[in-house]
Design a protein around this ligand. Structure first.
Ligand code: FAD
Length: 404
């Protein structure tokens, strides 16, 4: 097991420099445009594919870093460039994580490459759990998967909502209930590949922030997929359902397993936004003169910047610890994955708010990017588990009490 170290190795430093350069030269200059357009930034994804960043091998190598830090570094730098574009490029990795967590090695080999495509023939993927009546409470999914034994097919029916890349994706991983009486233990994940009938995009949402990332409903109407598209296979599912029916314990739930491992990486994105806002506000505070002196010479402004930097560094320490724990399979005994996402998400909201305050009126208008960063930051206290749900997970983990 690699030691936990705050000193990045040479590969990680090179990676950080490379991603930062892409974020600075390719992403930042077009961030405002794609925020205004509220569309998937295909030319930027294409560019990321060309340089080998939106690429299976890159994602596989980066995820395989035994210290767990490489993906966190990548997400922080890309999100520093623009969080919406970062999600447009890397939103597919949630589906990849779903396939990695639940799929057999054969299924991983078959479907993960289809989540990326190749330059000139890009593919996107989506991971669909949330529903109109099942957001925080993922145990109450209504989307049903029924096995048609004669045809050896699964029939999916239901509505997914708020799905990143939903309907636009070439491949969807859909979490559905096979046995609703068992709650989350009766759920399974299904791959719905390109060209499958019965899957379509519903409403596309107009959002407050991360507007370069596509978010939409996904409708499933008599959507049939072959039996082999059940991740993990039927034998394993039947055994798991039998254990659940007998009331025996089982390993982690389908959707939660994916979210647990990805939480530190969501936190890393939030840190990227916070850092962008902090750096911008620091530079502005040194230049803006009022009452005959730079505004940073007032403690009221300088102390804000001191707090912003302290909170960002603290959030990164939590994120790196959780990323290292996830990579080394160290159990999150105190909800450390949740802690990292909770603190990073709330830091991003606070820091971007303070950045607007430091810029004053200039911070409130679209001439400067800080108002967008504040809008972008807010989602990090909501998706992949709200701040309240993170606190619930931590509180249960540290107390051993089933807090409602
Ligand atoms: C832009 C965007 C992208 C998304 N991408 C995806 C995606 O790709 N795939 C996917 O599956 N989902 C996705 N989601 C869904 C997201 O994960 C959910 O919005 C989130 O889990 C919260 O669910 P909800 O919106 O239904 O809120 P609700 O669950 O209705 O919660 C409403 C409020 O009640 C609080 N609350 C609920 N239960 C409790 C409790 N027990 N204790 C205390 N407070 C509680 C919540 O914290 C929140 O403040 C996305 C959402 C957005 C907005």
């Amino acid at each position: 097991m690699p030691e936990f170290s705050l000193e990045l190795n040479e590969d990680q430093r090179t990676l950080r420099g490379w991603v930062h350069e892409f974020a600075e030269q390719v992403v930042r200059p077009v961030a405002h445009e794609w925020d205004e357009r509220e569309e998937t930034p295909w030319p930027v994804i294409e560019e990321a594919a060309k340089v080998g960043m939106y690429d299976l091998e890159f994602v596989a190598t980066t995820f395989a870093d035994p210290t767990g830090l490489s993906m966190a570094i990548t997400f922080e730098e890309m999100s520093w460039g623009d969080a919406g574009i970062c999600l447009a490029i890397f939103g597919s990795t949630l589906a990849v994580a779903g396939i990695m967590n639940a799929g057999t090695p054969e299924q991983q080999m078959e479907w993960i490459p289809q989540c990326f495509g190749t330059p000139g023939d890009l593919k996107l993927a989506a991971f669909g759990v949330s529903e109109p009546d099942a957001g925080s409470d993922v145990s109450s999914l209504k989307t049903r998967a029924v096995y048609d034994e004669a045809a050896d097919e699964w029939v999916l029916n239901g509505t997914k909502t708020w799905i990143t890349n939903g309907g636009l994706a070439n491949l969807h991983v859909i979490v559905a209930s096979v046995d609703p009486t068992l709650g989350s233990r009766g759920q399974a994940s299904f791959v719905v590949p390109e060209g499958t009938k019965g899957i379509s995009q519903g409403r596309k949402f107009q959002k407050m922030g991360i507007r370069a990332s596509h978010t939409a409903e996904v409708l499933l109407e008599e959507c049939r997929v072959p039996g082999r598209n059940l991740l993990g296979g039927k034998e394993k599912l039947d055994a798991r359902l039998a254990r659940a029916r007998e009331g025996r314990s089982s390993s982690t739930q389908t959707a939660m397993a994916t979210f647990e491992a990805s939480r530190p990486l969501i936190g890393a994105q939030a840190i990227g936004i916070a850092r962008a806002a902090y750096e911008y506000a620091l530079a502005y505070a040194k230049e803006r003169v009022q009452f005959g002196r730079a505004i940073i010479q007032n403690q009221a402004i300088a102390f804000k910047l001191a707090d912003m930097r302290t909170q960002i560094d603290a959030a990164r320490l939590l994120v790196w610890r959780a990323a290292w724990m996830a990579a080394t399979r160290t159990p999150f005994s105190a909800g450390e994955g949740s802690m990292s996402k909770l603190h990073a998400g709330e830091t991003a909201v606070r820091v971007t708010d303070e950045a607007i305050q430091i810029l004053g009126g200039a911070g409130y208008v679209r001439d400067h990017p800080v108002e967008q960063w504040h809008r972008d930051a807010k989602i990090y206290t909501i998706f992949e588990g709200t701040s309240e749900i993170q606190r619930l997970i931590i509180a249960r983990a540290v107390s051993g009490v089933h807090i409602a």
